[in-house]
Design a protein around this ligand. Sequence first.
Ligand code: BGC
Length: 732
Amino acid sequence: MILRLFAALLTCGFATIAFAQQGVGWKAGPEAAAIERKVDALIGKMTLEEKVGQLHLSGRGEGFDINQVKAGRMGAVMNFVVPQEVRQVQEAVRQSRLKIPLIIGLDAVHGFSTYFPLPLGQASSWNPQLIEQAAYWTGREASAAGINWTFAPMVDMSRDPRWGRVLEGAGEDVHLASVVAAARTRGYQRGGVAASVKHFVGYGAGEAGRDYNSTWIPLSQLHDLHLPPFKAAFEAGAMTAMAAFNALNGMPATAHRGMLTDLLRGKWGFRGFVTSDFGSITELRLHGIAKDDAEAARKALLAGIDMDMMGDVFHKHLANEVKAGRVPVKALDEAVRRVLRVKYHLGLFDRPDVDVAAAPSLMQTEEARKVARQAAREGVILLKNDKATLPIAPAVKSVAVIGAMAVPEDERVWTDPAGLGRRLVQPLPDALREQLPADVTVAYEPAFTKNCGTEFKDKDAAVKAAAAADLVVAMLGEDCEFMGEGASRTDLGLPGVQQELLAALVSTGKPVVLVLATGRPLVLSWADKHVAAIVQTFHGGTEGRAAIAEVLAGKANPAGRVPMSFPRSVGQIPVYYDQLPTGRPQKIRQRYESIFMDEANEALYPFGFGLSYSRFSYANPRVSSEKVAMNGVAEISVDVTNQSERDGQEVVQLYVRQPVAERSRPLRQLKGFDKVFVKAGETKTVRFKLEARTLGTHDDAGRYQLDPGLIEVYLGGASLAQAKTQFEITKP
Ligand code: BGC
């Protein structure tokens, strides 16, 4: 009913009213107090089995038992994406004694029916409002299908592109990642689904980038780098969290009381619930901290896990543990309370069942696709553009598009909402034909049997087509097989036989534009030397190839920036811009300097970098006052001029360095950014407010410390920003 009302409002053009009504989040004041009373009253009515049931999260598919829902022994479900099936579980709830609604979860990671770029690709846009919109539409579509909880955003910090899941994050920088974490959280929840910020904590630091591997993170770094994006998500209202698979400093995150209870609930005051990751409670046995599932269940609950995702161990063992006195009823009640609290704040007790008939019409709406196109467009990063190869010049009359990736079947990495308005992604050759003048011919050769280029279909035909064209567009990269969860790699070249093809294309002598769709920064050293232009995308989603075509044809001006440094070789990893200085900095590249004998120190494409068809210059960096108190604010501004004849967007970035402090501080640290549109020939003044209190760091005990002293400020269009000013932090 409510959904139908939204649909009606949407068609009348009252979209914003509809959005506002649909959002979910923490209620405040008397409403929150009333919820606490309702939760208490409900807990008072529940049997031990019903309480345990609220902590049991089971998933669609084999082994799913709808009778458990009817018996009130299941609190949440996942992976139900078809509205009819969602309706069935909702109806089953009504047969249960207490009729407590289910939380219905899904990994709506970069879209539900409309696919947006992978999160790393969204981060490449450096446009938080746009990222929020993408999450909003994801939430809205998912909630129209009856889903009320998403396992996102993933906010794990990672500096290791060997890890396949860097695609789910926002890159290497804590400031950018925190801004994105908050934006995505707001977007999802405005769209109608509770966010589950994950994976708490340290999952992105797995040794050697191997998935699920142990992490060792000093407390100072945990607080400076890994925790802030979580904090930002909670401050933006995230209602739930997911614990990580890994062991953090020797203690599995799923049993980490220090993190889950002392920090999250104690220090941060988080009121929502924490779910385990998929089967991670039973995995405590394999981590070697529980002899059996009963002990695993007990340890997880007592550490602060409230819900067991797909492990079946709370369901099987918790009641016994309580009866035997090994788990206090109070601890069980507290977990149940957190789950019920979220259910009430989400409004589930008053929400009507999913409107099966209305759902399809709410998928892939014009508005959602517009946002998807803009997100894809703004995430395109131009890494190299020799001799202004791009945009495609009027003299080019024939283009050969090479690579099966150019004509994909689909653009999703996570769950497939089968049948809900699914449509194929526009192939790149078609999109190019649409964007280029009518007299330009566009040929296409897949070269490979599959997207990921593991096997040739017809290499010769591809090379022949390239040789016959004025310009070659090779679309290569990684697909699902090579990226995402469980897809760690030690070789970060193009998978399969793609490099062989690229070399063959280059040897035709025709200018080659390499368009990449990957899940991580690959090692592009060879391509950087040999191809004419490189366009990087992180799988742009439903509108991805259409956006690429706009950029190639010059209808759009590339404005994406690198969210994660591109290494020159795997041996350089970790390579990230905000390194600490060393006592032996690189000066003339000789022995006993902190260098590699056989490799440069610098990234191939540094954090924040990205070319544009415009040319921007920076002048007059200035600070409002030479001295700023520790609790004060520095007002910083810089003039940005578009010196070209093309309008364009620039990502103006502000970095700081404190050259002398109590502890060694990074050479550069991003503290602000602003994506601005600057017309050809125009100068814009970009202003930042920088709070001095945010310039501190944590010590070895995790205590925050802010030191007075000089702060150097660098402004520019990448982490190598050159325009410099400074101020001094003074004691109040
Ligand atoms: C992943 C989570 C995800 C869950 C449910 C796990 O394997 O680590 O991020 O939410 O599966 O699909």
